[in-house]
Design a protein around this ligand. Structure first.
Ligand SMILES: [Zn+2]
Length: 72
């Protein structure tokens, strides 16, 4: 990790309370907040509006449709 090279935290992560940084939501939502490295990463990948999460969720939906098509 590159934690040690980061600037000092802006506050506490709004999810877990660990030291975090104020930043824009990592996706298509006009919000910002304070997140630690871990929860920012989690939002980015797992939130349906996250830049990566969107792709992940779209992939899941496609996988589900394919599964249902073969389940008959
Ligand atoms: Zn956190």
């Amino acid at each position: 990790m590159t934690e040690s090279t980061r600037e000092p935290p802006d506050g506490s992560c709004q999810t877990c309370g660990a030291p975090g940084w104020l930043r824009h939501f990592p996706g298509a939502s006009p919000t910002s907040g304070i997140w630690c490295e871990r929860h920012y990463w989690r939002l980015l990948w797992l939130h349906p509006l996250g830049h990566r999460g969107r792709v992940v969720w779209a992939g899941l939906v496609v996988a589900l449709i394919v599964l249902m098509a073969f389940a008959r």
